[in-house]
Write a protein that binds this ligand. Sequence first.
Ligand SMILES: Cc1ncc(COP(=O)(O)O)c(C=O)c1O
Length: 381
Amino acid sequence: MKFSTIAIHAGQEPDPTTGAVTVPIYQTSTYAQEGLGKHKGFEYARTQNPTRMALERNLAALEGGKAGYCFASGMAAINATMTLLAAGDHVVVSDNTYGGTFRLFDKVLKNFGLEFSYVDTRYPQRIEAAVRPETRMVFVETPTNPVMSLTDIRAVAAITRPRSIRLVVDNTFMSPYFQRPLELGADIVVHSTTKYLNGHSDSVGGAVILNDDEDIRKLAFIQNSAGAILSPMDSWLVMRGTKTLSVRMRQHDENGRRVAQFLFEHPRVKEVYYPGLKSHPQHDLASRQMSGFGAMISFETGSLARAAQVLASVRLCTTGESLGGVETLISHPATMTHASVPEQERNRLGITDGLVRISVGIEDADDIIADLDQALAKMGE
Ligand SMILES: Cc1ncc(COP(=O)(O)O)c(C=O)c1O
């Protein structure tokens, strides 16, 4: 079956008790057992919940993986993935991930004996050079947040596969609709479902999708042992979101291209980071690796004051962190999402004080552009 059909039907059989076409929110902590050791496969809701399991099957099908597990946030999903590793293991990481991912690795997991090397994964040969005998994982985010650098997943898999190193891809920005890491050779996909998968800015969650039987067994064990599960209500919200993922992503992409072109042609905008623009240095890879370019755009205003002016002047676009919702969100990475990245490192990565990021929503593109136009007009010279 094709993507849109899978999105609506995978994991979503009518409820066996009532025939309800929408999987109910099983808001329960436990399940009645008929006798000692006699139950319907559900014992305790941290371990099994039908609503969460329906979403997990749905997401596994959408990413083309064997199994999926949902967590209380994207960070909880990433943290669970990292606990597949053990003290002494080494991880090669994109040097430009979401700031929270860097913070988890650098401020928390490092203290438990995991070692991290941060490299510019735009260049697969730098990953190869960073690999050590104890390397057990390569973790990439592509495109990266917020400067939209890409990593060639197929090229990296050619390095990791022969060495039995897990390749993990954070697919939050593109969603499985536009990018299919497992088909390109990755072993594990992680998501902040908070973003496009949910799509309506009303739930925080995360997911891990995998293929390897041993890792599936381990991750199920970790999910139950550490317990950072997604609630039934949030599972239901994300499931409602994935039903419209195809139509939303198509509209996000159409609006994203139009807003990026508008910014690119705007005389006061210094630089636009969007993989769909021919000026993007990795436009060819983007066209090969993704089936759309999405709706995440960053642009350079030139200074903190100018960026602040834009954020203060928008009326339709909402100033706020996060992304991937139906509404357009605008943010300032240096002081918001990436404040935990040291200033020197931010500057090296291009996360300057003048950088503004937009998550283009699915309002009418004319209205989004008109709003940005009036805000840019107020920006000082
Ligand atoms: C690419 C990416 N990965 C992971 C996360 C973390 O997800 P969450 O906020 O759901 O914990 C984010 C959050 O912004 C993100 O942008």
